[in-house]
Design a protein around this ligand. Structure first.
Ligand code: SF4
Length: 349
């Protein structure tokens, strides 16, 4: 049975065939702590006969989420340490995050901000907090780029998004407005003319960073939604999380990156999963991640290559974690090719 509206409760998971009655107690225990939402588009994509379905794994609660390991933390990438005013994260000199809303159309079970999003989360910025956030941006001429994230900013109405982009358009030193979202994939019908127009800030360049983790998420409807954005002059890049049981093999990653490129979405970041509470069942080791990235080299076009990224716990920012094609040893340099062959540079003869 498919849902016609988002699935939000353990009972609805059972009613729609996404969970068995015997799983209810475990799922209810998770639901007391973390929000649940599965959009109709994602619910329809889940294969009820596949116990390892990679779409289900991203959205259907798992009692394993109650196992919190000692290295996990509520604010894994250290947003709070870099938040000068409510709603702003200013970690790098030339850009800020503006977290206007902490609501999402789906709740990902591996979310790095799972302690902040959802009905029990940080909510939506009040008008007064929004004023303070815009004042902060206006008072910091080094801010070249504003990244709307959250939560998912595209859950806001076109009217409210339009207010935000109009206020950013009025700040001269802001040149780039970037939205981080899952909406084109999970609720593609929301990407209509009014919303697209609201994303554009007059005189600025708009980027949309699309979060998707498996090629099946790029349905014909999702691809059409992306085409509407790109045809309207909005540049698109991708963000994915490397997740055990979802995309942790070279064929799946290659298919995902190709699907992005076919959709005119440039692969940007492949994130190593963050140390969010109750997500250890999604994590693989960095060495496993580097080996997967190495296997993508040569296998898929350079256009399809994402950058493998670790957000250093504690708020120290992102680090590119490989794999490295180059090894420096004393005065000599060795470069490895895409088949693993090693070559001195410059060549000795
Ligand atoms: S859409 Fe983003 S912020 Fe929302 S639950 Fe998923 S990963 Fe977290």
């Amino acid at each position: 049975m498919n849902a016609s509206r988002p699935i939000r409760t353990p009972a609805e998971l059972v009613d729609t065939g996404l969970a068995a009655t015997r799983d209810l107690p475990g799922i209810e225990a998770v639901a007391e702590r973390y929000a649940i939402a599965i959009s109709p588009a994602m619910a329809a994509l889940i294969d009820r006969h596949d116990p390892s379905d990679p779409i289900a794994r991203q959205f259907v609660p798992d009692p394993a989420e109650l196992n919190v390991t000692p290295d996990e933390r509520a604010d894994p990438i250290g947003d709070l340490a870099h938040s000068p005013v409510e709603g702003i994260v200013h970690r790098y000199p030339d850009r800020v995050l503006l977290k206007a809303v902490h609501v999402c159309p789906v709740y990902c079970r591996f979310c790095f901000r799972r302690e902040m999003v959802g009905p029990q989360g940080l909510g939506t910025l009040s008008p007064e907090a929004m004023d303070r956030a815009f004042s902060y941006i206006a008072d910091h001429p080094e801010v070249w780029e504003v990244i709307l994230t959250g939560g998912d900013p595209l859950v806001l109405s076109p009217r409210r998004l339009g207010e935000i982009t109009a206020r950013l358009a009025a700040i001269d030193h802001v040149k780039i407005v970037r939205f981080h979202t899952r909406v084109p994939v999970v609720e593609p019908e929301r990407i209509d003319e009014a919303l697209i127009s609201a994303l554009k800030a007059s005189g600025k360049t708009t980027y949309v960073a699309l979060h998707a983790n498996h090629s099946r998420e790029l349905t014909p409807e999702a691809r059409a939604a992306c085409a509407r954005l790109v045809d309207a002059g909005i540049a698109m890049i991708s963000q994915s999380v490397l997740l055990k049981g979802v995309n942790d093999d070279a064929d799946t990653l290659a298919a995902l990156m190709r699907a992005f490129v076919e959709t005119r979405v440039k692969p940007y970041y492949l994130h190593h999963p963050d140390l969010a509470p109750g997500t250890s069942h999604f994590r693989l080791s960095i060495e496993e991640g580097r080996a997967l990235m190495a296997s993508l080299r040569g296998r898929i076009s350079g256009l399809c290559q994402p950058t493998y990224i670790l957000d250093i716990p504690g708020g120290y920012g992102k680090a590119v974690i490989g794999p490295d094609a180059l090894r420096a040893d004393g005065g000599s340099i060795t470069v490895s090719d895409f088949k693993g062959g090693e070559h001195a540079y410059p060549p000795s003869e």
